[in-house]
Write a protein that binds this ligand. Structure first.
Ligand code: PXG
Length: 297
């Protein structure tokens, strides 16, 4: 049976789930979304994703035409109808259909759709070998213009960076903010590990604060919470490329990538040039959490 997609109150086979060419989500990128994962019948950090979706919508003065509880039920029902226990979930709310023109007032009712599908995982070899990445010229959106904290349907800033990454022969890229500080990657947050103290045996975990121009990643937050439990001091700090080049370990975090090691940045070998022990420890603890912390179905 064909995969079913929820759209404005009904479920449609994938091939029939269509929105209007007059939808302002398409015409102007006017809308918000979330990328969520289910692991073994657990929607990981579901509440956190719903909260972020509602916050993104609130800033855009977009009123989601259902409650968080109703959206939760609709997502779970879509997973059940598709017989999925491990899945990638895409929740999208657009401004809705309306005549041409930027004015959101032209749209009477937001469009809501939920896609649940099998997850396409990064090859396990990438986790064993680590990524090689580059810094790209496109800077992250100014928080004063389009705040990267908003998970909006306007992803051109990230897509331009992704194109530059691919032109450079890599899969991910570091994006700096307009001041030249490290912001995040195109679809992931970034962390570095610095070994300190006598014998360099104490790991410190550093990630840029969201105000430099990064999404408050839910995986990022999970890592910041896991670290202290593993006796790793974690802190949000302004970072430069120089800091990253001289890190002992670098890894990226995101719903799709989970925790993925980086072994090379702009031609500089990071640490030993192999995925690090702290990254491996955090990935292990993170994967244990994915089946526990969330909403079971
Ligand atoms: N930064 C940006 C710009 C993102 O889009 C993250 C960081 C990581 O946030 P989370 O909350 O996922 O830890 C994201 C998330 C996709 C896809 O389909 C993209 C994301 C998440 C899931 C799927 O490319 N980006």
């Amino acid at each position: 049976m064909e995969n079913l997609v929820y759209l404005d109150g009904q479920w449609y086979p994938k091939s029939e789930a269509k929105v209007s060419v007059f939808d302002h989500g398409l015409l102007y990128g006017d809308g918000v979304f979330e990328g969520i994962r289910a692991y073994k019948g657990n929607v990981f950090k579901f509440q956190e994703h719903l909260d972020r979706l509602w916050e993104s919508a609130h800033t855009l003065m977009l009123k989601i035409p259902m409650s968080k509880m109703e959206m939760q039920e609709v997502v779970l029902e879509t997973l059940r109808r598709n017989g999925l226990k491990d899945a990638y979930i895409r929740a999208v709310v657009t401004r809705g259909t309306g005549d041409l023109g930027l004015d959101p007032g032209l749209c009477k009712k937001p469009t809501v759709f939920i896609i649940t599908d099998k997850i396409k995982l990064y090859p396990e070899s990438l986790y064993r070998e680590g990524l090689s990445i580059i810094t790209v010229p496109t800077v992250r959106n100014l928080p004063e213009a389009v705040n990267p904290a908003i998970k909006s349907l306007n992803y051109l800033n990230n897509i331009l960076a992704k194109i530059e990454a691919k032109n450079g022969g890599v899969m991910e890229a570091v994006m700096l903010n307009a001041q030249g500080y490290v912001a995040e990657c195109t679809g992931d947050n970034i962390f570095m590990v610095k070994m300190t103290g006598r014998g360099k045996k104490t790991a410190r975990l550093l990630t840029p604060p969201a105000y430099v121009g990064a999404l408050r990643g839910i995986t990022r937050q999970a890592i910041l919470e896991i670290a202290p439990a593993l006796k790793i001091a974690a802190e949000e700090r302004i970072l430069t490329r120089h800091d990253l080049f001289n890190a002992d370990e670098i890894f990226l975090t995101g719903t799709a990538a989970e925790v993925i090691p980086v072994v090379k940045l702009d031609g500089r070998v990071i640490g030993s040039g192999k995925p690090g022990a702290v990254t491996a420890q955090l990935l292990k603890a993170f994967r244990a959490l994915t089946v526990k912390d969330g909403v079971k179905f």
